[in-house]
Design a protein around this ligand. Structure first.
Ligand code: ZN
Length: 204
């Protein structure tokens, strides 16, 4: 189960319960206590857990079982950003669905999504590669970038250094091809300076 979810330390599966009557599978994920975390606001490393808040996400069905993931999420106290709930590798912040479930729904809901996005004159991708991509997401992305290559403009914004992009793809070959598409015909702007949250805070 740990591998099936792509979980890495400090996250681990504590237990799973099958409710046979309800056809429900609950997966409980635990955070190794005492681990130091990065602040989700500014990325500052080495923040201690402050307390936890329980959250549940709808995940892909396990055979005919409706599957939920539940975890107690640590909150960290950052000197710059205050108390922040950490991000998890399996879901977007604030989403009640796991990334895999969202990808599945997108595919179901709109099989022509890639074709549709491919036609846009400008495609803006905010927070590019904030979370690792599944092989399925990587393939869809490759199709999309291939369709747009040298014909349409794409704007990517990311907090992740370019050198760290490759490891966000689970498939090395697809990562090579995608990053190759992005390696030519581009303008790259590296921003410097402080954190906007700090600069614009009314408290400082
Ligand atoms: Zn922070």
């Amino acid at each position: 189960m740990q591998l099936a979810l792509g979980l890495l330390p400090p996250w681990l599966v504590k237990n799973c319960t099958f409710k046979v009557e309800e056809k429900q599978l609950d997966i409980y994920i635990e955070f190794t206590s005492g681990s130091l975390l990065a602040c989700p606001g500014c990325g500052r490393e080495g923040c201690k857990a402050y307390d936890t808040a329980e959250r549940t996400w709808r995940h892909l069905n396990f055979f005919e079982h409706v599957t939920y993931i539940t975890a107690r999420l640590p909150r960290v106290e950052c000197p710059d950003c205050g108390v922040q709930t950490v991000s998890v590798p399996w879901a977007r912040d604030g989403s009640g669905f796991t990334l895999l479930f969202e990808a599945f729904i997108l595919t179901l809901a709109n099989p022509s999504l890639v074709a549709n996005l491919a036609k846009r004159h400008l495609l803006v991708v905010d927070d590019w590669l904030r979370a690792p991509l599944t092989p399925e997401q990587s393939r869809l992305l490759l199709d999309l970038l291939d369709d747009r290559y040298r014909r349409r403009s794409t704007l990517l914004t990311s907090q992740l250094p370019v050198a760290a992009w490759h490891e966000q793809f689970k498939d090395d070959t697809i990562a090579d091809v995608i990053l190759d598409r992005l390696a030519y015909d581009f303008y790259r702007l590296e921003l410097e300076g402080g954190f906007m949250r700090k600069i614009t805070s009314p408290l400082t």
